[in-house]
Design a protein around this ligand. Structure first.
Ligand code: CMC
Length: 379
């Protein structure tokens, strides 16, 4: 067999064509359908960005209204789902609860396995619509509080905030929530998106694809980093402890959560946006955690900046969610709530020019053939 190159983690391997989003890792820029993330954050909202990712253009007024109406109609959860969320309660991590609930939704859908694009798109949109209600309800139950029904008067991000925290957001909180969801909506061929594509490539249904994606997002090297980043900053505590604690961690070769990225070798543009909001809350609610984070950032950049390690989206996001009243364990489900549009858009796009994912592994085991020894003769 000809010698083939092994690319661990498929690093740099082109696995599909897409028109949905582009990450420019060397200049630190992120585009959705050609629109730069900063312009979307400044001028758009999550509903519109979600439409843009799915359909490739900014919606005209009529299209926008129809899409928003559809999301609003799908938002309330069936009683069976609310019961399941209550049943799960606080027994497991909210990401596991989320994975279970998404999977369960297929039980209530008799059309689940109709693999037509139209049907899978219908499922995708209903999942986009339900995500804030599901994550909100999980957050409430996990915190020992009553589940809150969506308020049809509120937009997507504000409703998510309301159903999670029990309070209607003020205009700044609403903008920050929208921003957090927008900047998480899509990000190239990341692990969870790839996972969704692998599943959809078998012609399995959208519920299965999103369930796979959520399972993949859970890990600390991907979505799970936001929760750990805040815990790390809090464990450092006062700004003057940062240098010592960081030295211990890096001497041991530990990964510092919230830093580094497979694609960005410069400052993550999403982290830049979130840092401004972290600073806003720091000024209002107390500065210490933010100050500690800034020192950690400085020390990390001094030490590793040359090697292309900078804060990523997860370094400041947790601090913002914390300031808005979200529990640490819900940070990764917030990431999932933003990313759902990217997962659905990319899964639908892939399925229109489907090719089953089936890479190879380099076999490095025993060449064989080995002689089989009956169990009584093995010693
Ligand atoms: N802290 C300390 N050293 C690091 C870090 C870090 N956060 N990230 C990378 N390095 C070092 C790493 O030890 C390695 O050093 P050496 O060459 O001496 O072995 C070098 O940088 C290259 O690292 P790599 O593991 O080959 O790079 P990668 O492309 O696999 O890393 C990453 C990407 C995100 C897995 C990694 O940077 C990491 O583990 N970061 C911490 C977890 C994290 O914040 N994840 C969120 C990523 S952004 C949101 C998302 O996509 O979900």
């Amino acid at each position: 067999e000809a010698k083939e190159e092994l690319r661990r983690g498929l690093e740099g391997v082109l696995a599909a064509e897409t028109r949905i989003g582009y990450v420019n890792g060397s200049d630190g820029k992120l585009f959705y359908r050609g629109y730069e993330i900063n312009s979307l954050v400044e001028q758009s909202n999550y509903e519109e960005v979600s439409y843009l990712l799915l359909y490739g253009h900014l919606p005209k007024r009529g299209e926008y209204e129809e899409y928003v109406k559809r999301l609003r109609e799908e938002m309330p959860l069936p009683d069976e789902v609310l019961s399941l969320i209550k049943n799960i309660g606080g027994r497991t991590h909210p990401m596991s609860a989320l994975r279970t609930v998404i999977s369960y939704l297929s039980v209530l859908d008799s059309m689940e396995s109709d693999s037509s694009t139209k049907n899978q798109e219908r499922i995708g949109i209903s999942l986009i619509a339900r995500m804030p209600s599901i994550v909100g309800a999980i957050h409430r139950v996990y915190s020992g509080k009553e589940i809150i029904k969506p308020d049809p008067e509120l937009g997507y991000a504000s409703n998510f905030f309301y159903m999670s925290t029990g309070a209607r957001p003020d205009p700044v909180e609403s903008k920050i929530m929208d921003t957090a969801l927008i900047i998480h909506a899509d990000h190239g061929m990341n692990a969870s998106t790839f996972s969704a594509l692998v599943t959809i490539s078998t012609m399995a249904d959208m519920y299965s694809a999103i369930t796979s994606a959520i399972g993949t997002l859970k890990g600390p090297l991907h979505g799970g980093a936001n929760e750990r980043a805040l815990k790390m900053i809090q464990s450092v505590g006062r700004p003057e402890n940062a240098e010592k604690v960081l030295k211990v961690m890096t001497d041991k070769g530990e990964r510092v959560m919230g830093f580094g990225h497979r694609v960005y070798k410069v400052y993550d543009p999403r982290a830049k946006i979130l840092k401004r909001y972290a600073e806003y809350f720091a000024e209002r609610k107390g500065n210490e955690t933010f100050k500690t984070a800034q020192i950690i950032e400085e020390l990390m950049i001094n030490k590793y900046g040359e090697r292309g390690i900078f804060p990523n989206v997860d370094f400041y996001s947790g601090m913002i969610y914390d300031a808005m009243g979200f529990r640490t364990e819900i940070f990764t489900p917030i990431f999932a709530t933003g990313r759902i549009s990217g997962w659905v858009a990319r899964a639908l796009e892939y399925s229109t020019e489907n090719r089953l994912f089936r890479p190879k592994a380099l076999y490095v085991g025993e060449k064989g053939p080995r002689k089989y020894i009956p169990i009584q003769d093995r010693d």
